[in-house]
Write a protein that binds this ligand. Structure first.
Ligand SMILES: C[S@@+](CC[C@H](N)C(=O)[O-])C[C@H]1O[C@@H](n2cnc3c(N)ncnc32)[C@H](O)[C@@H]1O
Length: 263
């Protein structure tokens, strides 16, 4: 772990954001407002035409929206967050979602992981969660332990074909008995030209919000429902338990797979 978070200059909070934070805090515990200047989810809003005038506000709102959508998915699968002892947020970034999650679940029960080591360090130091570093190559990563819930927001929507199924397989195999894996994808409706989806049901384009990951490992991925159902069946041996079209940000499709119980 580096001493990074004590030396970086955090994004200053504007008055409109302070008001928003106050209203969020009225509904529960304190919200940690430290935002890392390299947070690519925040930087995405800075350049987005619909959000560039109030990027920090959009950043906090999108995170709290994710938590609400995530809780709805748990409700539909009959999963209790309060009773969860081991939670992995994979491809966590700098904590757009985590900062809201730690208001509902003890940080000691949460593990985060990302290829960005600074992001994992920042999260450990800022939110008190556990962390481990990932790698673009799934074969190089040993996931420590198993988890009752693994949440992967907007990673399978960026992976190339060479790592898409290997990551699905690896994350599924890191579930406890009866654990659930929740991940999101870009469906064909996210494409400007859905007619260009190939028969394989998988389209990878060399474009992304990342300022450092190469197109060899991270771009923009569109998949059909049929592609996901088949990949899940073949990589996990399980059917998809739940699918929620546009279940995240009213944009990405969400899929849930449950590992079988031991009894
Ligand atoms: C679109 S961002 C989503 C971040 C976060 N889940 C959220 O929604 O705010 C994708 C994240 O995946 C991370 N990532 C890319 N490849 C990865 C890999 N192989 N293992 C873990 N994280 C990865 C990136 O560094 C980035 O933080």
């Amino acid at each position: 772990m580096s001493a990074l978070s004590s030396t970086v200059t955090l994004i200053p909070l504007t008055d409109d954001v302070l008001e928003l934070v106050k209203s969020i805090q009225e509904t529960g515990p304190e919200l940690v407002t430290a935002v890392h200047p390299d947070d690519e989810m925040y930087l995405f809003f800075i350049t987005h035409p619909d959000h560039k005038d109030f990027p920090l506000r959009s950043y906090f709102l999108s995170g709290i929206g994710m938590l609400q959508e995530f809780q709805e998915i748990l409700r539909k699968t009959g999963t209790s967050l309060e009773n969860t002892k081991t939670f992995l947020e994979f491809a966590c970034g700098y904590g757009r979602f985590t900062r809201h999650l730690v208001r509902c679940l003890d940080p000691g029960k949460i593990t985060v992981s990302d290829v960005y080591k600074d992001a994992v360090d920042f999260q450990e130091q800022t939110f008190g969660v556990n962390g481990f570093y990932s790698d673009v190559n799934p074969e190089k990563v040993i996931i420590p332990g198993t988890y009752e819930i693994i949440f992967v927001a907007s990673l399978f929507s960026h992976l190339p074909v060479k790592t898409w199924r290997p990551w699905l397989n690896k994350l599924y195999n890191s579930l406890t008995d009866n654990g659930i894996l929740i991940f999101s994808t870009h469906g064909p409706s996210c494409m400007e030209d859905p007619g260009k989806m190939p028969g394989s049901g998988f389209l990878y384009r060399k474009m992304s919000e990342s300022r450092s990951l190469s197109f060899e490992n991270y771009g923009t991925t569109y998949v059909t429902n049929g592609f996901v159902l088949q990949a899940v069946k073949e990589e996990t041996g399980q059917p998809v338990l739940l699918e929620v079209p546009k279940g995240l940000w009213n944009y990405q499709d969400v899929y849930v797979v449950r590992s079988p119980g031991s009894v």
